[in-house]
Write a protein that binds this ligand. Structure first.
Ligand SMILES: [Zn+2]
Length: 345
């Protein structure tokens, strides 16, 4: 009898542990089978009880029956509680179902920031009646320098500044202006072109300089084109691309061999009204060089400077993007850093 009472105590403890692991109907059913099933632990104890003397049966029997009833009641109560919990969970899920909660993350391709800003610029200039022109990235010295009134002894032609190829006089273009005289050779005034593209210079790279950058060139040739046309065009496209109609421009004299007069254009800082770190506390940001096309350049293009005049302006796509999006390092543009590129989706 003593052995059977000890086994009963053991089974009671096992039952307590087993019920503590029940978390759904399936685990509850497993515990029910293990203890109350036909081959369960309680039925096994009942079988052993049959072999005890009558006196002992009177002592162990009631305890065993009491445990059996307790186990049944406990499992029934657990079953009801589980049903209620599962129903509440289902209800909650349906009520608070959030279609976006299970969205799996995916990497989506998108156009590079260069492409985005170039497309925006092209659309702005197309809307002003300009054509889009394309020029070669590998060009000869004539279109890159000489036709643009940059003679052989000009400092910009020194080999330190340009990437020359093996063939004599052939180089990677240092500026998009190499489309100017090409366009004049290919058409007659009025000529209005916008030309974006890559340019190359032998520069040490840092936060604001890179050996390869992207420029845009704007050129308008017709009768009676003056500085007023240049300034109005500059203001109009800057306000459009920076999406800020409060942008003002400032013209300063500057020297570029292919224009006369040469004009440097600054834009009012879009980030402040009283000076900030972007504008170096001057309220103005240098944007591009420009001017009225030098008569020598018009002549090189076969256009009579006594009849026609024109303006040209050229700037960096990166510089515009850096101001538009507040980017502080030019090298990020072709770094292929997904975290950087993802911002412009
Ligand atoms: Zn500022």
């Amino acid at each position: 009898m003593k052995n059977l009472l000890e086994t009963l105590d053991l089974v009671k403890q096992e039952f307590i542990i087993a019920t503590s692991t029940i978390f759904n109907q399936t685990s509850l059913e497993a515990v029910r089978v293990a203890f109350l099933g036909r081959k369960g632990k309680i039925v096994d104890l009942m079988e052993q009880l049959k072999n005890l003397p009558v006196e002992d049966k009177k002592i162990v029997g009631p305890q065993l029956n009491q445990f059996k009833t307790h186990a049944q009641e406990q499992l029934d109560a657990l079953a009801i509680r589980l049903q209620q919990e599962e129903a509440a969970d289902k209800n909650n899920l349906e009520k608070n179902f959030d279609v976006s909660a299970y969205r799996y993350s995916e990497l989506k391709g998108t156009s590079h920031i260069y492409t985005q800003i170039i497309t925006d610029l092209e659309n702005i200039f197309i809307s002003m009646g300009y054509d889009i022109a394309d020029g070669p990235e590998v060009d000869n010295e004539y279109y890159n320098f000489e036709s643009l009134n940059i003679p052989a002894d000009h400092p910009a032609r020194e080999a330190e500044d340009s990437f020359y190829l093996y063939k004599k006089g052939i180089l990677l273009r240092t500026q998009c202006s190499n489309v100017q005289v090409r366009s004049m050779h290919n058409s007659q005034p009025p000529i209005a072109i916008f030309s974006p593209g890559r340019t190359y210079r032998k520069e040490a790279t840092d936060q604001t300089h890179d050996f390869q950058f992207t420029q845009y060139e704007v050129m308008l040739i017709d009768k009676n084109i003056s500085v007023s046309n240049l300034l109005a065009t500059a203001r109009t496209f800057l306000q459009a691309i920076l999406d800020n109609d409060k942008i003002e421009i400032r013209a300063r004299p500057g020297f570029f061999p292919f224009v006369e007069p040469g004009i440097e254009i600054d834009a009012s800082c879009p980030f402040c009204t009283a000076g900030c770190s972007v504008c170096k506390h001057t309220r103005w940001i240098e944007l591009f060089g420009s001017g009225l096309i030098h008569p020598n350049v018009l002549r090189a293009g076969g256009i009579d400077p006594t009849i026609y005049s024109g303006f040209a302006l050229g700037g960096g796509i990166e510089r515009l993007a850096m101001i538009k999006y507040g980017i502080n390092d030019i090298r990020l543009f072709h770094s292929s850093k997904i975290k950087f590129l993802d911002q412009f989706i």
